[in-house]
Each structure stands twice: as C-alpha cells, then as structure tokens.
Design a protein around this ligand. Structure first.
Ligand code: SAH
Ligand code: SF4
Ligand code: F3S
Length: 470
C-alpha cells in the first residue's frame, strides 16, 4: 500500500476496449494515486470499483452489463462501495445507465476524468450519485503522466477524438472532436519514460493517430522526427492510423529510420468501393491497393495488419467476394475481423436497414477468417530462415526459460534465454535488441535462436546511444 492510503482508499480499475482506454485507465490511476489511493488487484478488496468501458459493438455493452450484475453482491455486502462506469459506453448511455437496476453510482465520459476523484469523494460523503458526460474540444490530459508502463513498453496518447464519422462507428460520438496534444508535453513524457522507467518502446496512440496536426503545421511525421531526435527511445510504433493520412514523407521516414518500426495497422473495413462509399470511408478499393503497393515498395519487410467488417448494410455476396479478393492481394500479416453491429447515433443506423441476416454475417465472417488464417500462416512460414532484430520484452507464456519479443514488423518471436541465465537475469536483458534467426513458426508466433554471441562485450547491442548513432 502506498504512503497515505488507508484501507478505505483502495481502487480497482477494469479496462475494456482499445489501447486508448488502457491509457486513460492509467490517467485515472494516477489521479487517484495522487490522492493517496492504492490500486488493488481484486474487486473484492476495493472501496472504489471503476469499469472503463467500450461501446464499439453491442457485445462490448453486453459484457459490461454482465459484469455490473456480478458486482451486485459486493454492493449488497458493502453499501459504502462506490461503483463507477467510465469510458465510451458511459458517454454513449449517460443518465440511462442509472435507471437499469444495476449497481452504478457514477457515470463519467472520457473527457471528464479530472473531476473523477472529487465526484467519488462527494459520493462517499453522502452527496449521491452523478453523471458527467460533457465532451470537450480541448482536453488532452497533457500534464498528467499515466501509470501505463508494462515492462519496457508504454503507450503515449498524442491525439484524441475523431472527425471522420465513418457511418458504422460510434467513436466520434463517444470521444468527440479531434484534438492534438502539445508536442513538448509528448516529447517530455517519452523522455521521462526512457529515463525514469527504462521504457524502450512507445506506441503512439490516437483514433486517427496519423491525422496529428498542430496549428504551426507540425504533422505526425514531424512529431515522430522530434521524438527520434530529442529522446533515446529505441523503438516507436503507432496505432490506429487512417489510410487517408499517409503522405510520402511519412512513409519515407518509416523506411529510413530504423527506430521508427515498419509496422502499419491499415484498416481496410471493406474491399468494395461501393460499400466503402456507404461506410463514408474516403478511399476506394483501387486507392487502398495503390497505397499498399507504395508501402511495400518502400518497406519490403513491412508488417501489415488490418480491420475488416462483414455484413455492413446492403453488402451483397459479390461485394463480400471483393473483400476476399483485396485480402488475398494485400497479404496482411494479421487482421481483426468483425460482424457489423448497428450503433446508436451513427449515420448507418439512420440511413440503412441492418439487412444482412445474422447467419449470412456469420458465414461471411467464418469464410473471411479462414482465408486470413491461411494467408497469415503462409506469411509466417516465409519468415523461417530470416534473421530479425528483436526487442526483448519478457518470458514466453509457456516457460520462463524461453523469452519473447517482437520484430520490427510487429511479429511475436520466442527464443531460448542465454545459457546459464535464469529469470533473475531477465531485467538486465529486457528492453535490449538481439538478432534472432527464425527456425519455425506456429499460427501466431515465430520461434528462433538468439545470436547472443554477436555481442562479445557482454550484452550491449543497440543501447540507446548506439541506436542513435546507427
Ligand atoms: N480509429 C480506428 C478504429 C477504431 S474501432 C480506425 O479507424 O481504424 C476498431 C475497429 O472496430 C474498426 O476499425 C472497425 O473495423 C470495427 N468497428 C467499428 N465500428 C463497428 C461496428 N459498428 N460494427 C462492427 N465493427 C466495428
Ligand atoms: Fe471510427 Fe472511422 Fe473514426 Fe476510426 S476513423 S474511429 S472507424 S469514425
Ligand atoms: Fe471502444 Fe471507445 Fe476504444 S468505443 S474501441 S473504447 S475509443
């Protein structure tokens, strides 16, 4: 327990949804930590339980309803317990969440977390429940350093919100308008992560991360350039970009700068231009394929991943076939694949009937998954025999004598730890880069042998200084 915390100041936070929510949960933990709260690992030990929720598909809502029901018994045992719903579902449903017979004291949208500790205090001193779901055009939480470090990896949010209004998507309504964070505070945060927390790799986050823009003209590539020049971070990744913001100078920067990883998550959504138009995605099948071609030309070893929706209103079998064709042509390393789920507030809900029957959606999803699974496995097999630079993250899931890390292109690699070392030695290796020769693969993982002997002065390859010099 941290200094100043008492048994009545124990916080439990559970996070659903995307990395933006992970980051925001880190902001919330920091705000409560500053008030003397400690974080506990089990909800039954907590005085305050916060669920940071997602609204992207109906299933995300259902999970949270189920979870809240399962918390009823804790509330009955301890009426002083405060339960809050945060995040996108809170923003989406607002007041309505109070009237459902669920144990909810507090409902708070993603732009209102600064007020959260005080609201919780008010509830605990008997002032009753609250709802706060004001979207802000300026909140970027910039001077708050969240608790989101995991080993040698960290997230850093650089922009918030979304102005794209893809017709299927609830995010513009739950996260509000696009706003970019001050670059000085981003650089400072990365610098602190490197210096104080031994972070080796950051993932820059935003709903449209590559739409980052400051009034003085600084764009996403410019921001990455600054982070590369002004910090000793070993690797930079980013998610999620939109295909419409990939200027040539950004791709060239990725290709040239070793520390800017060659991994692009490029959401396709659909392979038919007609469906893309109805989705309000501002690219066509052809322009998407052209972009993929340009990326591969500049970065032949790029890792490409994507998101795809099947069963969007009006999607015909022929249009679905076009998605399969584009998937085949793009050769993605991995894809997140979803059935269309109608969402409140969205243009698609207002304009189109959700008319693809459930069994057809399921059938298309399973055909798409089986195609992508075999293409992904084929891509993994092509890695066998290659040597990759891997950043050592930790032990493998199965055994502590195997370690794991990721390639520049984002693939997970498992390899035996150096002979004679044990788990106690991991800390001196974590966050370092090592060459690994790939020898075999499974569906999701590459396996290899690390070339420890290539570092004759002990394990010192690519320390921050040598990476900077390269
Ligand atoms: N900003 C990100 C998207 C975040 S949501 C981007 O543009 O890439 C993650 C993914 O969820 C989307 O890419 C989309 O494939 C999927 N998704 C969003 N809304 C959906 C819906 N209503 N039904 C099914 N999948 C959806
Ligand atoms: Fe949603 Fe489209 Fe914005 Fe992504 S770009 S968050 S899919 S509206
Ligand atoms: Fe979900 Fe909100 Fe992220 S809807 S995907 S938690 S931005």
């Amino acid at each position: 327990m941290k200094d100043g915390s008492t048994s009545a100041n124990r916080l439990f936070v559970e996070t659903y949804g995307c990395q933006m929510n992970e980051y925001d949960s880190g902001i919330v933990k920091r705000l409560f930590g500053d008030r003397g709260y400690s974080t506990v690992q089990s909800e039954s030990d907590a005085d305050v339980i916060l669920l940071n929720t997602c609204a992207i598909r109906e299933k995300a809502h259902e999970r949270v309803y189920g979870r809240l029901q399962s918390l009823n018994h804790l509330k009955r045992k301890n009426p002083g317990l405060v339960i809050g719903v945060l995040g996108c579902m809170a923003q989406n449903l607002g007041e309505d969440l109070h009237g459902m017979g669920l144990p909810v004291d507090l409902v708070l949208g993603p732009d209102n977390y600064r007020d959260l500790p005080q609201l919780v205090e008010d509830i605990r001193t008997g002032k009753g429940g609250a709802t706060l779901a004001r979207l802000s055009s300026s909140e970027t939480y910039e001077e708050i350093e969240p608790e989101v470090v995991s080993g040698c990896l960290a997230f850093v949010t650089i922009m918030r919100g979304c102005d794209n209004f893809c017709s299927f998507c609830v995010v513009p309504f739950t996260r509000g308008r696009e706003r970019s964070r001050n670059p000085d505070s981003i650089v400072q945060e990365v610098q602190n992560l490197v210096k104080n927390r031994n972070v080796a790799e950051v993932t820059l986050l935003g709903q449209n991360v590559n739409s980052y823009k400051m009034d003085d003209g600084l764009d996403f590539a410019g921001l990455v350039r600054r982070i590369l020049d002004e910090t000793e971070i070993k690797r930079i990744r980013f998610t999620s970009p939109h295909p419409h913001d990939f200027p040539l100078h950004l791709l060239e920067l990725m290709a040239e700068e070793k520390r800017f990883c060659n991994h692009i998550h490029l959401p396709l959504q659909a392979g038919s231009t007609d469906v893309l138009n109805r989705m309000n995605r501002d690219y066509s099948r052809e322009s998407f394929l052209t972009l993929v071609g340009q990326i591969r030309e500049l970065m032949p070893d790029v890792g490409l991943t994507t998101d795809i929706i099947v069963g969007f209103p009006g999607e015909t079998e022929e249009q679905f076939q076009e998605t399969l064709e584009v998937v085949e042509q793009c050769q993605f390393d991995m894809a997140y694949m979803f059935k269309y789920s109608e969402r409140e507030h969205t243009l698609a809900r207002k304009k189109f009937a959700d008319d693809v029957p459930e069994d057809v959606k399921l059938d298309r999803l399973s055909r798409l998954i089986s195609l992508q699974t075999s293409l992904g496995a084929q891509k993994n097999r092509q890695e066998v025999g290659k040597v990759h630079e891997v950043l050592i993250e930790g032990t493998s899931k199965r055994s502590t004598s195997d370690w794991m890390g990721r390639t520049d292109s984002g693939k997970v690699v498992v390899f035996p730890a150096p002979e004679g070392t044990g788990i106690q030695d991991l800390e001196s290796y974590r966050g370092q880069l090592v060459h690994v020769e790939i020898q075999s693969c499974t569906q999701a993982t590459l396996k290899g042998i690390a070339r420890w002997e290539e570092h004759p002065t002990g394990f010192e390859v690519a320390t921050a200084d040598s990476t900077l010099a390269s």
